[in-house]
Design a binder for this molecule. Structure first.
Ligand code: C2O
Length: 580
């Protein structure tokens, strides 16, 4: 009987595959602590399946995904599918204490979701504390009908490029520090596909670099992810240009550039044509940008790998080269670390491939001031310093609930059980004072309720003076239409005229420029509780965040179903361990 069922299932699966039908893509993610050697040190890191970065998930658009997470780590864990829209499936979003309690050590949970209406590159990462620094990987979505239906020349090969950071400190401790306003911890190195490259002390050899082997005269699709906590990066390859074809799993009009700017949370798909001298070797460099003074300066984070043509040095020579000389490798000239304009133009030059239906009638106008503020601990008299800095939106520093995840409270009509709950104001308390020096802030679980199927416009404003960063703001479960960005203070009267209402790029992460603003629209077409936060680690962990509670619509099709039966329970969940 059972054999019969298996046989039937096999035939059904085979028939579906033959018809090009949707398939189920299954993975097992065993999360554990392993020793990995980087920078001449063995470091204990928490990773998926022993790999850093973790395995890529590859699907065709329309497929279903099931990922069984086996938690052999000492931490409570969730995995978030960054950028996947998860229609009517907020339960699978994996945002710790927003949508679920973490999967406890020695427990398992299987995430199930569909990937529909999106093509390109997304990624997955842990969404508890700062664990995403080592628990992440690419999520690659190809068109249902195969690579021949790409709206750009069919690449000969596809290559994921995951920009990350190498941390030697315990990531749970890092997060505690950030949540308490300490911002002094730094990664040890930047990485490309997990390799720090030859610029770091004690690395210094080519074998510590990510090597991309190419043939002359071919087209490669680079699927680039910024999985770093701390920095936006500039990416260049000496002697080559990129053609950007997608960002955040949405096609863009082909855009030719020699530099890519990519902030934490963002993804970029770019074609690389190997038309340089076939015997050459070319550095691929990722260099972190940072804010100018008076923001405290961090060491320069720069990592490089090599694009190696097959006609280049052969095995014997390679060995000699890798041990000593790297002088024959051509290096690109990188933008200055304080160059904000190159990123501004990169982001501003992207437009969607197709015209977008931009809703004209805006129901909710939100103005979110992104800033830092000081938080005074009990008994502290002077707390206006670098060890009390919290991120905030409209002067509220977001605090995760400690006992019940927001989605669960909302689903059971029990939001009042969240003791720290507060309605996020639609405006900053002092509208025209973003250039102030820093002010005290307060902590709360700030939420904004939104009716189903309304159009929301958000203008995000970075501080104009003083302590300031660019802020990659990411919304779960929805994409933004990015209508405009500008330097300086947003002016409602004049800046509306600059909105792109025709072909704005569609992104899950909007880059709010340093000293500037960005305006986005989206429609609340997916009921649930969706986290909105800056994707910089020191901002998100310290409270530059809020949650949107999108209500159910009038029909079954617009109503969030109940949670999966085996949903991680919050019983015995010791939030003190993870959140205090
Ligand atoms: Cu990349 Cu809240 O996530």
């Amino acid at each position: 009987m059972a054999a019969m069922a298996v046989l039937v299932m096999f035939f059904v699966a085979a028939a579906l595959a033959a018809a090009g039908g949707a398939e189920l893509v299954e993975h097992t993610f065993v999360v554990s602590q392993v020793k990995l050697n980087r920078l001449c040190n063995d470091t204990l890191v928490t990773v998926v399946n022993g790999q850093f970065p973790g395995p890529a998930i590859e699907v065709n658009e329309g497929d279903s995904v099931a990922v069984q997470v086996v938690n052999k780590s000492p931490y409570g864990l969730t995995i978030h599918w960054h950028g996947v829209k998860l229609q009517l499936n907020c339960w699978a979003d994996g945002a710790g204490m927003i949508t679920q309690c973490p999967i406890q050590p020695n427990k398992n949970f299987t995430y199930r979701f569909d990937v529909a209406g999106q093509k390109g590159t997304l990624w997955w990462h842990a969404h508890v504390g700062s664990l995403r620094a080592s628990i992440h990987g690419a999520l690659i979505i190809r068109p249902r009908s195969g690579a021949s239906s790409y709206p750009f020349p069919k690449p000969d090969k596809e290559i994921p490029i995951v920009i990350g950071e190498w941390w030697e400190m315990d990531l749970d401790q890092l997060d505690k520090n950030l949540r308490n306003g300490y911002h002094l911890d730094m990664p040890r190195a930047a990485t490309i596909n997990g390799k720090p490259g030859d610029l770091y002390n004690c690395s210094g050899t080519v074998k510590d670099s990510n090597i991309v082997k190419v043939e002359h005269g071919k087209t490669y699709l680079l699927r680039i992810v910024n999985a770093a906590l701390s920095s936006e990066y500039y990416l260049k390859i000496a002697g080559h240009k990129f053609t950007v074809v997608a960002a955040d799993a949405n096609y863009v009009k082909p855009y030719i550039t020699d530099v890519i700017a990519i902030a934490p949370g963002e993804t970029v798909d770019a074609l690389l044509v190997t038309d340089a001298h076939p015997a050459g070797r070319y550095y691929m460099v990722a260099k972190a940008s940072q804010s100018p003074k008076p923001v405290p300066q961090i060491p320069l984070f720069i990592t490089r790998g090599i694009v190696q043509y097959s006609e280049g040095p052969r095995k014997e020579e390679e060995k000699a080269l890798s041990d000593s000389s790297t002088s024959s490798i051509m290096a690109p000239e990188m933008p200055d670390e304080h160059d904000a304009a190159t990123s501004f133009y990169f982001h501003g030059n992207l437009t969607s491939l197709q015209p977008q239906p931009v809703p004209a009638n805006v129901h909710e106008h939100l103005f979110y001031a992104l800033d830092g503020g000081f938080f005074c601990r009990k008994g502290e008299s002077s707390c206006n310093n670098d060890t009390n800095m919290m991120g905030m939106v409209n002067n509220v520093s977001f605090q995760l609930p400690t006992t019940t995840p927001l989605l669960q409270a909302h689903y059971h009509g029990n939001m009042s059980s969240i003791g720290t709950l507060r309605e996020l104001p639609d405006r900053a308390p002092r509208m025209f004072n973003y250039s102030k020096t820093l002010e005290p802030t307060s902590k709360a679980t700030s939420v904004r309720r939104l009716r189903y199927n309304v159009t929301v416009e958000i203008v995000f404003q970075s501080p104009v003076l003083a302590d300031t960063y660019s802020n990659p703001m990411h919304l779960h479960g929805h994409d933004f239409l990015v209508l405009a960005q500008g330097f300086g203070q947003y002016n409602a009267e004049t800046d509306v005229a600059t909105y792109n209402l025709l072909d704005p790029p569609v992104r899950n992460t909007v880059h709010v420029p340093i000293f500037g603003w960005a305006a986005v629209r989206f429609v609340t077409n997916n009921p649930g509780v969706w986290f909105l936060h800056c994707h910089l680690g020191h901002h998100s962990s310290s409270g530059m965040a809020a949650a949107f509670v999108v209500e159910n619509g009038p029909t079954l099709d617009s109503t969030l179903p109940p949670p999966p039966e085996d949903f991680p329970s919050c019983e015995n969940y010791n939030s003190r361990v993870a959140y205090e």
